[in-house]
Design a protein around this ligand. Structure first.
Ligand code: PEP
Ligand code: MG
Length: 580
């Protein structure tokens, strides 16, 4: 029977193939006590397995560094840090000595405690580190039993791989010839597995919760990692529709060379710009190949995922790399946005009742000034290596931007006195992603060199709907009239006060919304690569007055479903071959 699974897009693409369900190898943990005279031998076994595991991880790291990149290899450096964590090692040794239990038993208990501790924490970033711990754990236990780490079986045909979870090393070592795409029950966009999939360009959907239990080996599946859905046992029509769509995408890719260098200009010569959003430096190559005119949003959170805070030098090098790559095109670096669903490891002591309404983004940076200053120094120092723009996330009051700018100016003075170079004219912009900022856009204009609208948060805060809650996902709709009205208000304020405006939430990267956004007055779009070409194609095939008329017609309706219908009817007529 046909079924539909939904999940989070970890890496974009569309694939059709046969399911292969990987149940993982069940680790068998022997449990026994050792004689007092056997304790030293047990510790010896632990040390040898630890060494072997370190060597294994080091060799994966080297392999990834050669085949992919240093940044991806760094994921395994963080595994080494966990493995070498003296607190964990001491605890294992002490428990073996005191309780005289065999090492597999002790290691397993300690790992499970760590995993349980992480899984009870209410934040996505931290929970996503569970898979890293489990990767290390499996490898260590495998080495204790001399069976080696459990690995994905050798494949000899093309499959869509389904698994409860995949470790970063499973993903890194995946046979890309045969794994067309993968789907996991756990994980999110920022898990190391997802990041690895993006870097390897394997379409992937994660976080399906129970996807694995809904599919059987050999069933035909369509993985639509452009919309985050998996169709199990699709009908012949659906396969045909998707094949046509894929062919269309392939054709589009074939036209790519032409399209890449063509401007994003409407039929009536209104010039638009398409920029890319990046989370990891690996994404920049693809973004450039898709013809983006720079980076509209460089989320700097990736640098802060691991246990150790990135120092100024590490950050400086990361920003410099992206800036040099895109030079002379602009790169908008956003300062750290943690909190909400993005609390990072060293902030785990503070558990907030409403994290999304709490100490998030710029609020966190202003609370943690030394960390903020380090990031600003790194961005400023990197600014001479390209066309740099600096952006503050989640500004909700005028005070915040004033305060942030003052800290920035102090940092500039500091660098001047140290005779360190930076771009003193670096444009300083803000994200408009909170209703208070949208409403006060005219007042914030005075303090901002540019605005970038973050619809992911703007929708959540306007409709008061948690952006990651599945239960009320039906409410999360950017076409809600209140959102469209706020967007119109922001455009009016930016025009009146001549503040350059762009939009970088997911809404900007979905073809469904391109025409309404043009109609509202947006001209600068920043997005991932998934729909970059389609969006350029849409922009190049419309006239602005058509878009304005359409959005006016939409905004005459009150009910979101009706607003959507007006839009879909229009798109169905104008682009009959496109899937929206
Ligand atoms: C947004 O809120 O739309 C945005 C781009 O920021 P993030 O998704 O990183 O919160
Ligand atoms: Mg946001």
């Amino acid at each position: 029977m046909q079924q539909l699974i939904t999940g989070i897009i970890a890496s974009p693409g569309i694939r059709i193939g046969r399911a292969y369900v990987y149940h993982g190898s069940n680790l068998i943990i022997p449990k026994y006590t050792v004689e007092p005279g056997g304790v030293e031998e047990e510790l010896g076994r632990y040390n040898r397995a630890l060494e072997k595991t370190k060597n294994d991880i080091q060799s994966i790291r080297e392999q990834i560094s050669k085949s992919l990149s240093r940044d991806m290899a760094d994921i395994f450096s963080s595994h080494l840090l966990v493995l070498e964590d003296p607190m964990i090692t001491e605890k294992v040794i002490r428990t073996i000595r005191e309780e005289r239990r065999n090492v597999e038993w002790v290691v397993n208990d300690i790992s499970m405690d760590l995993i349980q501790g992480l899984s009870s924490i209410d934040d996505v970033y931290l929970r996503e580190r569970i898979i890293d711990i489990s990767d290390i754990h499996k490898r260590l236990i495998g080495n204790l039993q001399k069976t080696g780490a459990p690995a994905l079986p050798d494949l000899d045909e093309e499959v869509i791989l389904f698994a409860t979870d995949l470790t970063p090393s499973d993903t890194a070592m995946m046979n890309r010839k045969y794994v067309l795409a993968f789907v996991t029950d756990t994980g999110g966009r920022t898990s190391h597995t997802a990041i690895m999939a993006r870097a390897l360009d394997i379409p992937a959907i994660v976080g399906t919760i129970n996807g694995t239990s809904m599919v059987q080996d050999g069933q035909t599946v369509i993985v639509d990692a452009l919309r985050g859905k998996i169709i199990i046992d699709p009908t012949a029509e659906e396969i045909e529709e998707y094949n046509r769509y894929r062919e269309d995408l392939v054709l589009l890719d074939a036209e790519l060379a032409k399209l890449t260098h063509l401007p994003a200009t409407t039929l009536d010569n209104e010039v638009c710009h398409i920029y890319g959003n990046i989370e990891i430096p690996e994404e920049m190559k693809m973004i450039k190949e898709h013809g983006a005119q720079g980076i509209g949003l460089y989320r700097s959170e990736f640098l802060f995922l691991d246990r150790a805070l990135p120092d100024e030098e590490k950050q400086y090098l990361a920003y410099k790399k992206v800036l040099e790559f895109f030079k002379p095109m602009p790169v908008t670096i956003r300062t750290l946005d943690v909190g909400g669903d993005k609390i990072y490891a060293y902030n785990k002591t503070v558990k907030e009742r409403n994290p999304f309404l709490g100490c998030r983004a710029i609020r966190f940076s202003l609370e943690n000034e030394p960390l903020f200053r380090t990031q600003l120094r790194a961005i400023l120092r990197a600014s001479i290596h390209g066309n740099t723009r600096l952006m503050f996330p989640m500004i909700s009051t005028v005070e915040e931007i004033i305060k942030s700018r003052n800290i920035l100016y102090q940092t500039m003075d500091e660098l001047r006195s140290e005779k360190k170079e930076f771009d003193p004219d670096i444009p300083i912009g803000i994200m408009i992603e909170v209703p208070s900022a949208a409403i006060n856009a005219d007042r914030l204009a005075e303090h901002s060199d540019f605005f970038s609208v973050g619809t992911n948060d703007l929708v959540q805060y306007t409709i008061a709907v948690d952006r990651i809650s599945e239960k009320i996902a039906y409410l999360y709709n950017p076409l809600n009239l209140s959102v469209l009205r706020l967007l119109r208000h922001i455009v009016d304020a930016s025009r009146k006060h001549e503040v350059p405006l762009s939009i970088c939430g997911e809404m900007a990267g979905e073809p469904l919304y391109t025409i309404p956004l043009l109609g509202l007055g947006f001209r600068n779009f920043s997005m991932g690569t998934a729909f970059m070409h389609q969006i350029k194609r849409i922009i190049r095939s419309v006239k602005i007055h058509e878009c304005e008329e359409l959005v006016d017609e939409m905004m005459k309706r009150d009910v979101t479903g009706e607003i959507e219908k007006v839009l879909l009817d229009y798109l169905g007529q104008k682009f009959p071959a496109m899937l929206f």
